[in-house]
Design a protein around this ligand. Structure first.
Ligand code: F6P
Length: 511
């Protein structure tokens, strides 16, 4: 049977289970509460509140076998051109470990280690330079990962450097930063794999001027992180000693483990950055070595496929119960939706099934007081990943009672959404049967966060294998960039837009 047929067959399992809500599945098979759970290093995951039973899981794992997920994972780790539409490897795994025997992967790993040594040296120079603030200018993959990790893990005073991020081309963003910082004590990192991204170049020019560039083009506080050294030199006159490398074998949204993560190294220290890589490497080793049934990336990916293709659920919520993980939904939106938001297979054929749902989310407990109403009683069932931190009360400087309330809410929402509660009064009835995965970190540390993010990366890869999608290109974002370039003359009032609606809108915008 083909993978497409097997995907169709999942619907038969869903139909078979239609009258068995999560509460009934657990009543009939209470052992699933612990059987459908895995511990991998610092990360625990529980899938017992998903709407599959053991027979449906068999079908899912057999699907992963037919799609040859294990072979494809090997190919990725070995540096084969798994990004087939661009004929590139996707070797983010070599940035954190050396698990492959292939010459390509080993060479890349050597380059990555050398780059880390340079990061260490540049970081200590920068720290010794009297700079107090660093602005990291980048967007998408050159922003979201470092921003998430710094926000989650940095304790502002520890390393003596404050890290700021600038991504949006909206001049209000750059303006707000420039108003609060002293240019004489600020360094600027221009982070762009391509060094061709409009937003980053425009923000970079603004900040370069603001730094008070002297005759030499800058006064030593402008750095670049890029795979396009020539452009960084040409466009910004940045000397090679202030350029950290990137490579075309690392995709932007998989790049926080490279020098793109330099802001992380500045915020946590290089040892903290290495610990983040270490956590990811532990997950890599697990995903590459563990049999599918004991493999967290498979479980997570197959659950996503089940919810999308068997149950037809069109969105997926990420709900961290840790305020410091508030940027996780933003980060995952790019990782998952830029990777899997495709309608054609890698061979160019149209997909016969749905691919990625809309990923969104927000932090608990705040979200409980905004969109959780719809999660409990709305007509759309939204599957979710809930993320908690074990021992959070030990870290809480502000009070154990708060930490206990946070945990109680995490547990309560997971239970209430799954089990629901009947009532004579339809307004007060909770249908339940909302599927959820519980992910628990053994603390909010570089190691655990590294493992969590690597798990998501590998889950995306396995979903891509099952759907036959290349998760490493993003042609979908190009058209908008081209049209924006074409419309600039019209926005400047120097030309007329062709499209009548755009013309009307430009009339309004320009007044
Ligand atoms: O949004 C498209 C994109 O190409 C992302 O994939 C990438 O992470 C981002 O732009 C930034 O690209 P660069 O690092 O080349 O500036």
């Amino acid at each position: 049977m083909t993978v497409t047929d097997q995907l169709r067959q999942l619907r038969a399992h869903a139909a078979r289970l239609a009258d068995q809500p999560i509460a009934a599945l657990l009543r009939d098979d209470p052992a699933r509460a612990s059987d459908m759970a895995l511990q991998v290093g610092p990360l625990y995951a529980n899938f017992a509140r998903q709407r599959y039973d053991r027979a449906a899981l068999d079908a899912l794992f057999s699907l992963a076998g037919s799609a040859e997920a294990a072979t494809r994972l090997d190919a990725m780790f070995d540096g084969e051109p798994v990004n087939a539409t661009e004929q590139r490897s996707a070797l983010h795994t070599v940035l954190r470990g050396n698990l492959s025997q292939s010459a390509t992967a080993r060479d890349a790993h050597v380059q990555a280690r050398a780059a880390n040594e340079r990061m260490r040296a540049v970081a200590s120079q920068l720290r010794a330079s009297g700079v107090t603030d660093v602005v990291s200018v980048g967007i998408g993959g050159s922003d979201l990962g470092p921003r998430l990790v710094v926000d989650a893990l940095a304790s502002p005073s520890e390393q003596g450097l404050r890290i700021h991020f600038l991504s949006n081309v909206d001049p209000a963003s750059a303006g707000a930063l420039m108003a609060q910082l002293d240019p004489a004590r600020t360094a600027v990192l221009l982070v762009s794999k391509s060094f061709g991204t409009q937003e980053t170049l425009l923000n970079g020019r603004l900040l370069r001027e603001w730094l008070g560039a002297g005759a030499s083009g800058d006064d030593g506080r402008l750095y670049a992180i890029t795979a396009n050294v020539d452009r960084a030199r040409e466009a910004f006159d940045i000397p090679p000693e202030r350029i950290l490398p990137m490579w075309d074998w690392v995709g932007g949204r998989y790049s926080l483990w490279s020098a793109v993560g330099f802001p992380i190294a500045l915020a946590l220290g290089m040892d903290g950055f290495e610990a983040l890589l270490g956590g990811a490497a532990e997950m890599d080793e697990h995903v590459l070595g563990a049999p599918p049934r004991e493999n967290l990336a498979y479980w997570h990916a197959l659950t996503a496929v089940w919810n999308r293709n068997a149950l037809g659920l069109a969105t997926h919520a990420v709900l961290p119960y840790a305020d410091r993980l508030r940027l996780l939904p933003n980060y995952l939106q790019q990782l998952v939706m830029e990777s899997l938001g495709k309608s054609v297979r890698v061979d160019g054929e149209r997909l016969a099934n749905d691919s990625v749902p809309v990923w969104w989310g927000g932090v608990g407990t705040d979200s409980q007081h905004s969109f959780f109403q719809a999660l409990h009683q709305g007509t759309q069932v939204v599957p979710m990943d809930m993320i908690g931190v074990i021992g959070a009360d030990r870290d809480a400087s502000a009070g154990t009672a708060n930490a206990e309330a946070l945990l109680a809410n995490l547990l309560a929402q997971s239970e209430a959404l799954a089990n629901g509660q009947g009532s004579e009064d339809p307004h007060r009835a909770y249908p339940g049967n909302r599927p959820g995965t519980m992910l628990l970190l053994d603390g909010l540390t570089p190691r655990s966060l590294g493992a969590l993010l690597a798990m998501y990366e590998h889950s995306v890869f396995v979903q891509g294998v099952i759907w036959g999608i290349n998760p490493f290109d993003q042609f979908g974002v190009e058209l908008g960039k081209q049209v924006a370039d074409r419309l600039l003359p019209a926005v400047r009032g120097e030309a007329e837009a062709d499209d009548p609606v755009t013309r009307e809108l430009i009339g309004r915008l320009l007044g």
